[in-house]
Design a protein around this ligand. Sequence first.
Ligand code: AHR
Length: 847
Amino acid sequence: MTMKLKSKYEKAIYAAGLLLLLLYCSAEAVAQTDELVINVKGKGADVSSSMYGIFFEEINHAGDGGLYGELIKNRSFEELEMPPGYTAKGDRLIPVQVENHVTGKIVDHYSQWTTEPVPGWSLNVDSSVADMKLTKENPRYATAPNNLKISIADASKPVSLINGGYWGMGIRKDEKYNLRVIIKASSKHKVEVTAKLLSQDGTELAKAPLTGLKANNKWNEYNVTLLAKAHDPKAKLALEFKGEGTVYLDYVSLFPEKTFHNRENGFRNDVANMLAGLKPGFVRWPGGCVVEGATTHNRFEWKKTLGDPAARSGEYSLWGYRNTYGFGYYEFLQFCEDTGAGGMFVTSVGIGCQFRMGDACSEEKIEYYLDDCLDAIEYALGDKNTEWGAKRAAAGHPKPFPLKYVEIGNENWGDEYDKRFDMFYAAIKKKYPQLILISNHGTGGTGKIAKTDMIDPHWYVSPDFFFENAKLFDNYSRGNHTVYVGEYASNNGVGTGNMNAALSEAAFLTGMERNSDLVKMASYAPLIENSNKRDWSVNLIWLNSDQVMGRSSYYVQKMFAENKPSYNLKTNVTEGARSSQDFEAGSVGLGTYSTQAEYKDIRIIQGNKLISLDVSEFKGKKGNWNTENGVLIQTSSETNTQGIFNGFKGKKDYTLEFKARKTGGNEGFLVYFAISDEGKGFAMNVGGWNNTSTAIQKASGEWLSDVISQKNHSIETNKWYDMKLIVKSDEVILYMDGKEVIASRNTSAPKQFYAAGYDEATGEVIVKVVNSSNLPYGLNIKLDGATGIKNTGKIISMKANNEKEENSFENPTKIFPKEEVYNFPGNEFLYSFAPYSFTIVRIKADK
Ligand code: AHR
């Protein structure tokens, strides 16, 4: 480590700092001491104002029973409506049996279904006194036809219809709640109805009669306000009926009077404020897989989300429950405006989720999806004389909304997608050249499309992937398009979301921010879970009926957003060397990804022993495997096909040789090695990412995850390659036709990460440092070329006692950023970063 200290004062301060650090280190071991030199005059790329945004999807009850203010579950009685052609078997919903458009096969898929007869609702009496049943008789709205028929036979005691909300209603003392009821009472019977809020134990919290109820056999609407006397996190609504007779309910809705920005049909204040706290540069909506649907039959339909919430049909969400469509397109655009975010609308291209059924609409119908997308844009941006702009104006917003981005499809891929993308791109650009258009392609290439503005890679991985790949964008090619990392999270092996996950995301974010000429936007996913319905294992914000809290990952996002520099500064780091570890003993296997291939002459050389791997020992786990004249043939187009050689187990240090030929499909070969009995190990992904690169990845069963090393490389179809994979103790090398393709050591992930930039608004250098090690980390930070340094600055730091620590509803701020005033000695200082910490240093300096 070399340092040039100018003045005596600096030297003295530095010596004192070093002494303090050494004293600290003598009590506690230090990981290492490195140096970070920041060139304060070295202006790098601007960091885009929309760099950090949010991704909203109706998953985990993020909207209904989450952000959206509605307190009644199944308010419109539509929950048991199925998408066309779907069937229920017990608690499973089986989709309409449509073929996957790539494989031509019908995928064996199902999702969750409820067995409740009237979800969300119950009567306090038995069926001899009163009975309820769903009907579609004379619906109030044809678009939401279901209603609840209640027949009261015995009026000697009050009959109550109860709704417990989404796992209880969080009712607050002295708050007002607005109830809207659409009801029809038979003219033959006089019926009195009183609305009550009850606590969990049945105590009355509020009461209001539905005065003037007309028994005229017609749909009538009543609005009353309930003022709560006390707080209860698990309250319920009761509609109490007196008098015999028949009543029909079409809609029962209860909202807190106070919503975010006091919007009607608005959002829970506490939840929306958590989102606003992230200072989102953009909001992506409506997802996610819901855009596509399990099949195109239950894709998200934005037009059905407009207008009176009572008339909105809703749709069964592939995440296992019905989306009421209450949080609709208008509400999304309004939220963007309220938070100062740019809107990002994601449109369906007429392809069902390719991880589920993967159907594709016919050629003729593509136009319909394209028009639907153009209408959505017109609704947001068109002036009030346009067809859809007029509808927006009629809904109360004559001015356009801040829609800035359109993503064409979600997680779609392949030739069919590429074709559709080109159609959408050309048509949208022609009409709205100002919009930024995003494709679903990842970092591996853009397939066959003509042009995109941005790509959208997604990463749901284990922490090691982010630690290993924090420099992924440093050498990524520039010029063709920019990058929006639309979904990412460390969600594998991190409990329900621990500090290790948060630190790995922070590490990856330093890489995104440092490469801000390329990476223009990023959004963590999924955003919200109602902790009573966790559809996805790890989510950023947790809530229940009464509380909302951020995981440590939330605070990482917040810290990045609040400390976003105007531009990057050039840095130079001197770090210690990284250690490597041995590959575990295991077996070998072969596979393909969306590709057909043949393998032959498979043998292992171990020391001076040559072992032929007979194809009969190959156990195909996924794919369509056959053998013919000693050639192993895989004919399916599925992703991640796999088979393992049973006869070769628990081995280390070997060379695997074979011949391989691709006979069709999009990608190339998968070569598995060091595979444990549980199926965990590594894979060489040859010609992956649409045949644009070859990588060494971690493998777990058929799934490939963390990229350990990656190179641009592709393979040819119908050509036999001589393959040689050398697996040494801690190193792996792949040769094809005698040429080295890729080599990598099994190195342990780096532990420290950095980014530095300058904030023009405050005149501060902002340094971000992640220390994921269990030891304090000494870093000498040098501000090269800095003048006018103010000694008093800020350090904002979030740390944990161990990597497994998590926030919880009981202790929601256990891991929480703390800010302190810090006296900087000058343009060079040594700082000890705590174990398991993410720290931001802000120092005033002239640029
Ligand atoms: O964020 C959860 C899901 O992950 C999204 O719906 C989808 O786009 C991705 O597969």
